[in-house]
Write a new protein. Sequence first.
Length: 329
Amino acid sequence: MSTPEVLTTVAGFRAALAEAVSVREAADSGAGSGAASAAPTVALVPTMGALHDGHAALFDAARESADIVVASLFVNPLQFDDEDDYRRYPRTLQADVALLGERGVDLVFAPEVEEMYPGYPDAPLIRVTAGELGGRFEGASRPGHFDGVVTVVTKLFSIVAPPAAARLTAWFGAKDAEQLAIIRRLVLDLSLAVDVRAVRVVRDDGGPALSSRNQRLSAEDRPAALRLSAALRTLAERAAAGEQLAVAALRRELVAAGVVEPDYLEVVDPTTLRPLELSAPDGDGSDGAGDGVLDREALALVAAHVGPVRLIDTMTLRPAPGAAAAVDE
């Protein structure tokens, strides 16, 4: 295990990345057989730190496919709608760097807010918008959240853009399904030279999706968090069995249990994030959208406040026949 180089300025990071690409190109050239070698691949894993096993899965996947692996550690104030939530977000730089070293990360970009947004809090004056996609579900619950996400991600893509001879991939967790769909659309709409890749959800003992916010859950809060992931698994099992999803009834069950009231529990199209209108047999008493039988692959999304923490989770739903059990993507 080696300790990755930690850079805190844009200029310093760009210089370190250029050097790493140059060294890799020289090594490839020296080991080549005369044929032109492939351009080095740079993998970026954007994070806000407080790293856990879910992040480790991202770094492992990036390390397997790329020549140079880069991590960013930056708690982005633009995507918080609550100053106290931003202030309380865990910051564990020393432990994070140790984990990154174990995962074979080469470079770490860990800027201060003023380095990312010169003149903050009056900056940035120019921002990116997530548009219509950014106003659904998580975006509706946290106005401006996804504008902050796409602004910082666009800036990170620009900062980490390797020399012309290299290629850039960016790795994200499938847990943040809305974020992943929006970033993929960002790359498409702005013609960004980035290959966006995703890694399946990593769960805590088969329950809640791992999250940096989970560190703030108490033992008393954990049963409520387990109910959220259990609701998603119920939907996946119903979909695989060809049964009605009955999303509205499941939502009411969560509320009636008195443990957690979800901000949303919906079944949506993976690309558009629009709730699915599913057909149901006549006279079945279903509650409408999302309550029929699934006829295509979909995403189940849930979010709720559990104790002091706002948790989000997702699970892929696959229709019968063909899927015998819940499968995370």
